[in-house]
Design a binder for this molecule. Structure first.
Ligand SMILES: Cc1ncc(COP(=O)(O)O)c(C=O)c1O
Length: 395
């Protein structure tokens, strides 16, 4: 059979049937523990000589279905679903690095990831080294940050909140040369728009809270990679630190995935139209959207992404005072953090999602004081433009 398109895979994609009633939509296995048919079987699954579920912190059929589908969509062998995106990132870092080790990451990251790398890992004597996209070119600059204690490379692309684009292939080349893992946070792009594993990345991580769920009602995360890596993360971290995804959330994530293709096309097309409109608005100083030819990462984004996603950011000439007036005078766009929902969300990274960066760190990461981030929803795009236009008239 010919290779199925992503549009088909998001709807189908998993073949496992767990019930004799042949449900179209798999039921939720809302159970903390599982009965063993006899004591011998119980001890065998603990030993790993027989397969079966033990306890939902370590595995659950509904969570397994979500993992299976994410692995399929990202082109990985296996996946681990976690309670949040942050716990997925922590699981990777805590599995791969030990005291004395270091990691090399892009400077622009979600504020929680930056805080984990910059504040918490150093408490365990694991040090981060950062590079902006322009510093990461040529590749020798990435290599200059790598030494014998570097355990992994980590990039977000497009990056939160400036939509910086990192060239995945360049980072893959550096990772392979030094035999270390490259992890890509694919939250903004989703497996529908970008597949880092097919470009050679070792692992992909998501805040599933965002586009995977897609409706702003659940928190979760997922890591995708080889069976060997996933077994290691389970053994070293998730089984014992316990950031398990609830089966109910896994069921909702599976439901969200069915419309991922439709949503990502709509988010991307609307974001492109809004970015172009904002770019020509007299009160807008600069627009950050990888689909615009004015974006420094546009050429690389064209190679590694199918479309450019639903996230954009902009600076107003009036700085943060103007930004506050805009955010306080919108009727459809909602003032809230998070992203990837059906609803359009607007927020101020410097004081909200990225307040974990110091003033100097923000400057280095290109997060200006007035930067406004917009997560474009699936409403009618002209209604969104009218709302933004009305909000801008208050400045
Ligand atoms: C790119 C990115 N990665 C990771 C996270 C963390 O995910 P969660 O909030 O699900 O823990 C976020 C959250 O905003 C994010 O934007």
């Amino acid at each position: 059979m010919k290779k199925l398109s992503k549009d088909t895979l998001v709807v189908h994609g998993i073949k496992t049937v767990y019930t004799s009633t042949m449900d179209l939509v798999p039921p939720i296995h809302m159970t903390s523990t599982f009965k063993f048919k006899d004591a011998e079987f119980g001890s065998n699954i603990f030993k790993g000589t027989e397969k079966g579920f033990i306890y939902s912190r370590m595995g659950n059929p509904t969570v397994s279905l979500f993992q299976e589908k994410m692995a399929l969509l990202e082109g990985g062998e296996d996946a681990i679903a976690t309670a949040s995106g942050m716990s997925a990132i922590a699981a990777i870092a805590m599995t791969l690095a030990r005291p004395g080790d270091n990691l090399v990451a892009g400077t622009t990251l979600y504020g929680g990831t930056f805080a984990l790398f910059k504040k918490h890992l150093p408490l365990l004597n694991i040090q981060p080294r950062f590079l902006t996209p322009s510093e990461a070119c040529p590749i020798s600059n990435i290599e200059a940050k790598i030494d014998k204690n570097t355990r992994f490379l980590f990039i977000e692309t497009p990056a939160n909140p400036t939509l910086d684009i990192f060239d995945i292939k360049t980072w893959v080349t550096a990772a392979k040369k030094y035999n270390i893992a490259l992890i890509v946070d694919n939250t903004f792009a989703t497996p529908y728009l970008q597949n880092p594993i097919s470009l050679g990345a070792d692992m992909v991580v998501h805040s599933a809270t965002k586009y995977i769920g897609g409706h702003g009602d659940i928190v979760g995360g997922v890591v995708i990679g080889s069976c060997k890596m996933m077994a290691l993360i389970r053994e070293e971290y998730t089984n014992h630190f316990g950031p398990a995804m609830s089966p109910f959330n896994a069921w909702l994530f599976l439901r969200g995935l069915k419309t991922l293709a439709l949503r990502m096309k709509r988010h991307s097309d609307s974001a492109m139209k809004i970015a172009q409109w904002l770019e020509s608005h007299p009160k807008v100083d600069r627009v950050y959207y990888p689909g615009l030819t004015s974006h420094p990462g546009n050429r690389v984004a064209q190679h590694q992404m199918k479309k450019f996603g639903g996230m954009l950011a902009f600076d107003l000439f009036g700085g943060i005072d103007a930004g506050k007036k805009l955010m306080d005078n919108l009727k459809i766009c909602t003032l809230a953090v998070s992203l990837g929902d059906c609803d359009t969300l607007i927020q101020h990274p410097a004081s909200m999602t990225h307040s974990t960066y110091s003033a100097e760190e923000k400057k280095k990461a290109g997060i200006s004081d007035g930067l406004i981030r917009l997560s474009v929803g699936i409403e009618d795009v002209d209604d969104l433009i009218d709302d933004l236009n009305e909000g801008l008239s208050f400045i």
